[in-house]
Ligand binder design. Structure first.
Ligand code: PMT
Length: 407
């Protein structure tokens, strides 16, 4: 989240019970190094007072366009031109309507007209309101004008009803803001198909064969691609991670389900990256009932799962295909053998016997081997940075590809 350090953010808060959640958002933003100026609507102040926001932002809170203490009318122009992003969180149905129709009757709505900075709206309201055709139309108008309007979460609402309208998690808002501020959009127009996590191959109704993949590497690839402007389909085995907002998320369980999902999306992909740790074997048959315990010398019959990566490479069309190789020794040799056997463009090899990288870790250390014979060893770094380095390499190989002859 280093991108937020030193950035000037305006945080507009409107009159919803979710206004208290803006306090947590403000705290996160300031902890990440952003300078935040809070603007409260009149109704927001009924829920949370300016003092709370002033204490956490360390700045005066702006409430009144005609405040005689400040030269607010001039200040709004200055603020609007100086800020890097304007976040309205929570954004009520009323605020969305005013923004869609260009109404400027208070400090926040005036800022919304005056600024040319990217705008992020974080709606929160009752489910029935969110679904109302008037709100849908206003959201569509704002999105068509280039504003980012997040989808609210579904769940129990302040009214006690269950529906879509909850204020999203802070992480989701920060990620959306990060994407908005990312300067590099060099993957715009790309459709990236990524696999992540493990597969589970059922032995019986309660047991399965699997592995330690957490999905962190694949999810980091999805995040990096989204930040750089790509459309992303993330096909993921079971993990504890929240799917990155903005990606088409396809949850799967078995290797066969992963294969089907990947082949379904393959015709639309320009880049395919298989970071998933697919089980190489599955039980020949799944027992219909739970296998009895305490059976000495119980033998499992296993059969190989489909090699998805190889099939993708054979049917890839113009897509650039990347695999990951999980090795424990003689990494470059084994990774190159896999690259050639599967017929892919780039192999990202990691030594999964090393502590602190590979499975479950937050960091990774990878070697990039391409089908043109080049090898690049990268240092250990957070998985998001590894992901970005993989995309850098894909773009530079693709740019050079016409001139290169595969080895
Ligand atoms: O998820 P994390 O905890 O973040 O861990 C990341 C990781 C270690 C899982 C990741 O960095 C990684 O190495 N992923 C590939 C793991 C793997 O299955 O490696 P492999 O060498 O067995 O397979 C080579 C390639 O073939 C992989 O791209 C794999 O997705 C693919 N494959 C393998 C078997 C199979 N039946 N179908 C496949 O498509």
């Amino acid at each position: 989240m280093g991108l937020l350090a030193g950035k000037e953010i305006i945080l507009g808060v409107t009159g919803s019970i979710a206004a208290y959640k803006a306090v947590y958002l403000l705290r996160e933003l300031t902890q990440l190094g952003a300078g935040v100026t809070v603007v409260l609507t009149e109704h927001a102040q009924r829920f949370v007072g300016p003092l709370t926001f002033r204490s956490l932002s360390g700045r005066p809170v702006l409430t009144d366009l005609f405040d005689p203490q400040t030269d607010a009318a001039v200040e709004h122009v200055e603020l609007a031109t100086r800020c890097h992003a304007l976040v309205v969180a929570p954004a009520t149905a009323n605020l969305l309507a005013k923004a869609a129709h260009g109404i400027a009757d208070d400090f926040l709505t005036t800022l919304l007209l005056a600024t040319r900075a990217p705008v992020l709206m974080v709606p929160a309201m009752d489910g029935g309101m969110w679904d109302h055709p008037a709100v849908r139309d206003n959201v569509a108008t704002l999105r068509a004008r280039g504003l980012t309007v997040l989808e609210p979460d579904a769940g129990e609402l302040a009214s006690g009803l269950v529906g879509k309208g909850r204020f999203p998690e802070t992480d989701v808002i920060l990620e959306a803001l990060h994407r908005l501020l990312s300067p590099v959009k060099d993957l715009a127009g790309e459709r990236v198909l990524i696999t992540a996590g493990p597969t589970r191959e059922p032995l019986d109704p309660v047991r399965y064969l699997s592995n330690r993949s957490s999905g962190k590497m694949g999810t980091a690839l999805a995040l990096a691609a989204l930040r750089r402007g790509a459309e992303v389909v993330l096909v993921s085995g079971p993990t504890r991670l929240a799917p990155p907002g903005g990606a088409v998320f396809v949850p799967v369980e078995t290797a066969e389900e992963m294969r089907e999902a990947v082949l379904q999306h393959l015709p639309f992909a320009t880049i395919v990256i298989k970071a998933a740790a697919v089980s190489d074997y599955r039980p020949r048959e799944m027992a219909a009932v739970k296998i009895k315990s305490k059976q000495e010398g119980l033998t499992l019959q296993l059969t190989a799962t489909p090699d998805i990566l190889k099939e993708v490479a054979a049917r890839k069309g113009k897509a650039f295909v990347v695999g990951f190789a999980a090795e424990t020794h003689d990494v470059p040799r084994h990774a190159r053998e896999k690259l050639e056997a599967k017929g892919i463009d780039l192999m990202v090899a990691n030594d999964v016997s090393q502590k602190g990288i590979g499975f479950e870790a937050d960091d990774n250390q990878v070697t990039l081997l391409d089908r043109w014979g080049d090898v690049i060893e990268l240092p250990k770094m957070p998985k998001l940075q590894v992901a970005s380095a993989v995309f850098d390499r894909i773009l530079s190989l693709r740019a050079a590809r016409p001139a290169k002859v595969p080895r």
